[in-house]
Design a binder for this molecule. Sequence first.
Ligand code: ZN
Length: 291
Amino acid sequence: MSIENAKEMLLRATEERYSVGAFNVTNIIQMEAVVDTAVERKAPLIIQASVAPSKALGPKVVASVYKVLAESAPIPICLHLDHCRDVAFCKECADAGYTNIMIDASKQAFEENIRQTREVCDYVHGLGDLTVEGELGTVSGVEDQIKVAEDEAALCNPEQAVEFVEKTGIDIFAPAIGTAHGVYKTKNPKLDFERFEQISKLFNSDGAKVPLVVHGGTGLRPDVVKKLVALGGCKFNVSTDLKHSLIDATYDYISRNREEYNPGKIDIFVRQAIGEKINYWVDMLGCAGKA
Ligand SMILES: [Zn+2]
């Protein structure tokens, strides 16, 4: 099993209407905790590293750890580079062994987004069985969420979405529908379900063809998550939740054991906390037992 093409993994999810958890990691302990829990739950998995941790650890280190973990795991696992605005770094990570590359040129004008995304697709597809994720519209930081959600222009335009996917050749598509990165300041973030449904129908009503990603999973209510999964969100990105688990668990352990100098014990405690968070998401996304 182990390393799998992300598009194939996600088309299965689209057809069966579950979603694959795509969990952002910043270190090796997190990677192991995420993989262990997904294995326990028999859930397909996407490990994600954004640009900062990828640069801090080095793409070759991240990809090597991924390869070792994935090849010995009885579940399919992909390694995704998250939100990279730098075409050269996208190529470097693909060379290093990341299997799904997200070029995020969504802040660029439409034509320039197409041009940069196309360039990454041409390169990455030339390396073999690798895939590319592209974004259209703006998935904002949470501080901009309301503004963006109320600004139609910042959300993904469905007609442009079709043109974007066709002209770029991307495998996996992230349409902006009003979700945001970070912690939502309101219990009811304004999401455009109708727009998402319309985009989902455009691509996948006649058999699953283009997997759709929901960014900014952290903080969405379970009923909202389930609704987006039912509408065709087959990859759910979760980052902030795991950062909080890592930092809160570390702080909690150290404050209760201030005199102890045993990093291994902190790691065990952190892994447990991350495992609990992954279980929460796996239950919501319906991906347990799908590997
Ligand atoms: Zn994102």
